[in-house]
Design a protein around this ligand. Structure first.
Ligand code: ATP
Length: 263
């Protein structure tokens, strides 16, 4: 179709707000600035308010940024177009810019659509190493973002980064990714909530004590907790158990280190 190698919009495995533990403030901010655009498009038009075009999610790895982006798509019945920025900038000179244009064309064609720009900082580090080439790519990006104003289609941008300090101001101006949402490591209560989500997806013993697990996993992200449960699953499998036990989860915690250092 001439769109070879270009990003494809998809309906991902549905992720609902309830599938994400904790992150209440982040979910509310996204509901307001991203989901409402699809749910209340007519109201925005009537009131003459220009909806936000994009949100930058920032925070440590494994805390649920990708999950949140997918949930925005699911909760607003939009398509999801994931873009890995490091993959994008790997392309040859000139090719990357064309790919950027194609991404936005695809999103417009598949609207309502969420474009998810993962590891967004990579586009800015490309500037130093390749000079003009990096700059051209960034300006292509900004052109495409600004162009969305002219096409009256429901396309929203969600960027994600672990390195907000590397993100250039140009992309954070009003009308671009003008809302910042922090996605942090979960506190005790949030870890219980994440464990509840994970429990509902796996075969764990009914009298598992989530509070005890949460209290022993300070600094563990959602991804870390998932790794713990997976490890506990393997231990239980080796013991021919049909369910994951508390004992195996506690054992698994010792072999998975926390991603976030707690002071
Ligand atoms: P990265 O910055 O490394 O891309 P991320 O912030 O995008 O990480 P995700 O890919 O969303 O993190 O999370 C990885 C996995 O960890 C998810 O697929 C999910 O299974 C689990 N997970 C992370 N955070 C949560 C959460 N808050 N609730 C439930 N599961 C979570």
């Amino acid at each position: 179709s001439g769109l070879q190698n270009s990003a494809m919009a998809e309906k991902p495995d549905p992720v609902y707000w309830k599938d994400i533990g904790g992150l209440v403030a982040a979910k509310n901010a996204l509901e307001e600035s991203a989901v409402w655009i699809y749910k209340h498009a007519d109201a925005y038009k009537r009131l003459g308010i220009r909806p936000s075009k994009g949100v930058l999610l920032f925070g440590p790895p494994g805390t649920g940024k990708t999950l949140l982006a997918k949930a925005v798509a699911t909760e607003s019945s939009a398509n999801f177009l994931p873009v890995s920025i490091p993959d994008l900038i790997k392309g040859e000179v000139g090719e990357s810019e064309k790919a950027v244009s194609r991404i936005f064309q695809t999103a417009i064609r598949c609207s309502p659509c969420v474009i998810f720009l993962d590891e967004l900082e990579a586009i800015f580090s490309s500037r130093d190493t390749t000079g003009d080439v990096g700059r051209k790519l960034i300006s292509q990006f900004l052109i495409e973002i600004d162009h969305l104003d002219k096409v009256d289609k429901s396309v929203i941008l969600l960027g994600a980064t672990n390195h907000p300090e590397s993100i250039d101001n140009s992309i954070l101006r009003p009308g671009r990714l003008d809302r910042l949402v922090y996605v942090g490591a979960p506190n005790l209560e949030e870890r219980v909530q994440i464990l509840q989500v994970l429990r509902n997806k796996t075969k764990v013993h009914p009298d598992i004590n989530l509070e005890e697990i949460a209290s022993k996993t300070e600094g563990y992200t959602g991804a870390d907790l998932q790794a713990v449960i997976r490890k506990a699953g393997l231990l239980s499998l080796k013991q021919n158990l049909l369910q994951i036990t508390q004992e195996n989860i506690l054992k698994a915690i010792e072999s998975v280190s926390p991603s976030v250092i707690v002071e």
